[in-house]
Design a protein around this ligand. Structure first.
Ligand code: NAP
Length: 281
């Protein structure tokens, strides 16, 4: 460790944090602290359990204490969107913030999930959504971010397949004219199939989010689940010769985008991914 490093944390150390409830399982401290160490930045990242309803107080605390960055996870993403000074485009359309950055005295709320998904998809599979037919299974917060990102990236069609149709309609509307609500068998016509439900996190209990008999050669399957790394959906897709990728890349890239907003430094992606693999491996 350098001489400067031996004084850390100290009076000049900057603080970033994640708020959520529950939050103790969060991988964000491991990811960001590994990145700060790798770039020799005098920053630390902590996790704060913030009770539902207390997000405005947490944001006031961020402002008063001068935090350098804040990640936001469930159940606070919508509440934080309502109290920041400014919103990025994605956060405004989604009504949900996962990253807050202090800029010229303002707290700016962004949502890096969708751009993080697109970067991971490109890096892991080479898939470019431009002009392609995409199906998203699920219509929760993660699905909504992915639907918006795919439409922004120029997808020809974004079909949302969801257990609760009304919620699916609201998610599909985020894709504007290329969005529509679909049925389970719409997956067969898609070039990209995304699982944005939690199905697969309990491999011994969960049903598959998609009828794998509908999958065909040439499709790309992206599962947002990363615990376990290999879900039954991904295993079935690979067994059919499809390109398949899990949610690890999205997790790392959405964190990297936040890191870059806070520090103005290029995120060390490999270090961040290794930190996740160490925790989950
Ligand atoms: P969420 O807001 O709770 O939404 C869950 C969605 O899954 C809803 O559309 C829900 O349908 C559907 N669903 C849940 N259980 C189902 C079941 N048994 N059968 C059919 N549909 C079911 O959750 P979220 O925050 O969007 O997260 C979804 C998944 O993405 C989670 O596994 C999460 O870990 C993962 N995720 C990954 C990343 C990453 O960085 N890789 C980021 C965020 C989330 P209804 O509308 O009918 O309730």
């Amino acid at each position: 460790m350098s001489d400067a490093g031996s004084d850390r944390p100290g009076g000049h150390t900057r603080l970033a944090a994640v708020i959520g409830a529950p939050v103790r399982h969060s991988l964000s401290p491991a990811i960001h602290n590994a990145a700060f160490r790798a770039l020799d930045l005098d920053w630390v990242y902590l996790a704060f359990e913030v009770a539902p309803g207390d997000a405005p107080a947490a944001l006031a605390g961020m402002r008063a204490l001068g935090l350098g960055g804040l990640s936001v996870t469930m159940p606070h993403k919508d509440a934080v969107a309502a109290v920041v000074d400014r919103l990025g485009d994605d956060a405004r359309l989604l009504g949900a913030v996962n990253c807050v950055t202090p800029v010229d005295g303002d707290l700016v709320g962004d949502n890096t999930d969708g751009p993080g998904f697109l970067r991971a998809l490109a890096a892991d599979t080479g898939f470019d959504p431009t002009g392609r037919r995409c199906a998203v299974v699920g219509a929760g917060g993660a699905a909504r971010a992915v639907v918006l990102a795919l439409a922004r990236a120029g997808a020809a069609e974004v079909v949302v397949v969801n257990r609760t149709p009304a919620r699916g309609e609201r998610a599909a509307a985020l894709a504007g004219p290329v969005g529509r609500i679909g049925r389970a068998d719409d997956v067969a016509d898609a070039e990209l199939v995304v699982n944005a439900t939690p199905l697969g996190m309990r491999p011994d209990h969960d049903e598959l989010p998609v009828d794998v008999e509908l999958l065909r050669t040439g499709q790309v399957v992206a599962d947002l689940v990363y615990r376990p790394f290999e879900t039954p959906l991904l295993a079935a897709a690979r067994a059919r010769g499809l390109i398949a990728t899990n949610g690890l890349g999205m997790l790392v890239h959405q964190a990297a985008l936040a890191f870059e907003r806070w520090t103005s430094r290029t995120a060390p992606l490999e270090v961040m991914e290794a930190a996740v693999r160490r925790r989950l491996g």
